[in-house]
Design a protein around this ligand. Structure first.
Ligand code: HSE
Length: 437
């Protein structure tokens, strides 16, 4: 039986999960793949800490070059994370004609086009199922299973930390900082929390998925990104009273001459299944023109769910090796010559409905001033909600608008902020009605 040699760069949580599956599931994997997946070497600067895995004959070395330059190694798994060493090692591995599997979303989102070109030039595969949505097979779904669909839209909850924080505030009345601390203790938050809570981690994933869904180059820089720092329990309570839930969504939509790609807190109706995705779970709804709505749900992070996704890439590559083929599935889902240049819609051009919350001194005429400014900016109000006074004597005024243009809304907010009786910065949350077909 054929043996396929594997090396792992980085023996942290995910690297250890991959080693564990390769060791403990060897019989299942051999029987499913028809070849032995042999974990030959792991490289990590920490060769001393016991990860609780019986490595048997696998070597644990401190030098990544021992794997990258080993002529016997067929597949290299990068689980170092970050963008410096990981990028250098992956490029070198691809140039050495090794197939590479990575879980590194920041790297693929930021430098994926270059890495894909290097892989193509060297006729090897680059696979990254674990980069988006942990164990959910979203990359394979977009690249292979949904091949006969134009993907009209995708909406995803792709960051477990944000979903956990929003769930805790909504269900338990937790404070933002306490919920974040719990997420960090549970181990799915990034080492740098702003990557999670300011939306960048979600944007990395959306950049990758938008490319695969729509056949465009990976484009991170034009994605509009907002995080959840400004979401307050007051907004969550108002949302609930309207039958809505607030989620940090990654939204990708295809239009004739542009795509939408945006990450921001979004109000979705409680009839949308995404509103019931709680705690640290991830989910993505995809609207294909043949399938209609389809959804994936699962753990977006964690040792074994992420390792499971890495193993699916290893298995694909191993099966290609057995058949003596490579590049069967284009890395970005389309052959290079068919990848289109379609711009991302500038945010100010977006049309959607808005939730707006203003804090105002309870003076006569303030409501009419606010609605006057909205009217002057072509924004039509669907409903107005005002509850009792806050502890400081001010009143929260909430408005739901009909569909309006983002540029009009931003202009109106500037003008409203300058009204004397309006206190602080108005809050806006975009409303997304996901069409169920
Ligand atoms: N920090 C990420 C999350 C981990 O919270 O979902 C997975 O990318």
């Amino acid at each position: 039986m054929k043996t396929i040699n594997i090396g792992i760069l980085g023996y942290g949580i995910v690297g250890a999960g991959v080693a564990k599956l390769l060791k403990e599931k060897q019989e299942l994997l051999t029987s499913r793949i028809g070849a032995v997946l042999n974990l030959k070497t792991i490289a990590d600067i920490d060769t001393k800490t016991d990860r609780g895995i019986d490595l048997g004959t696998t070597a644990l070395v401190p030098d990544a070059q021992k794997i990258i330059n080993d002529p016997d190694i067929d597949i290299i798994v990068e689980t170092i994370g970050g963008e410096t060493f990981a990028k250098e090692f992956i490029l070198k591995a691809l140039e050495n004609r090794k197939h590479v599997v990575t879980a590194n979303k920041a790297l693929i989102a930021g430098f994926g086009n270059d890495l894909v070109n290097t892989a193509r030039e060297n006729q090897v595969d680059l696979a990254f199922e674990a980069s988006c949505g942990g164990c959910m097979p979203i990359i394979k779904s977009l690249r292979e299973s949904l091949v006969a669909n134009n993907i009209k839209s995708m909406s995803g909850i792709l960051n477990g930390t944000c979903n956990y924080i929003l769930t805790k505030i909504s269900n338990d009345g937790s404070e933002f900082e306490d919920a974040l601390k719990q997420a960090q203790e549970l181990g799915f938050a990034e080492a740098e929390p702003s990557l999670d809570i300011d939306g960048y981690d979600t944007a990395h994933k959306l950049a990758i998925l938008n490319s695969l869904a729509h056949g465009i180059k990976i484009n991170l820089k034009d994605i509009h990104v907002e995080g959840i720092r400004n979401i307050t329990p007051v907004d969550i309570e108002f949302a609930k009273s309207f039958g809505y839930t607030i989620k940090l969504l990654a939204i990708g939509k295809m239009h004739e001459n542009h795509v939408e790609a945006r990450v921001h807190p979004t109000m979705i109706p409680d009839t949308n299944p995404l509103s019931h995705v709680e705690q640290s779970m991830n989910a993505i709804a995809i609207d294909g023109d043949a399938t209609g709505q389809t959804m994936l749900y699962g753990h977006g992070a964690g040792m074994m769910p992420t390792a499971s996704a890495v193993l699916s890439d290893i298995a694909d590559i191993a099966r290609n090796i057995i058949c003596g083929i490579g590049g069967r599935v284009p890395i970005l889902g389309y052959p290079e010559e068919n990848i289109k240049s379609i711009p991302i819609l500038p945010m100010e051009e977006l049309y959607t409905r808005y939730y707006m919350r203003f804090e105002a001194q309870d003076n006569p005429g303030v409501l009419s001033k606010i609605s006057g400014i909205l009217g002057d900016n072509k924004i039509s109000i669907e409903s107005v909600h005002q509850k009792g006074r806050m502890d400081n004597g001010n009143v929260p005024i909430v408005m739901i608008t009909h569909i309006a243009k983002e540029a009009w809304v931003q202009q109106a907010l500037k003008q409203i902020s300058s009204i004397d009786s309006v206190v602080g910065i108005p809050v806006i949350i975009r409303i997304e009605e996901i069409i169920q077909e």
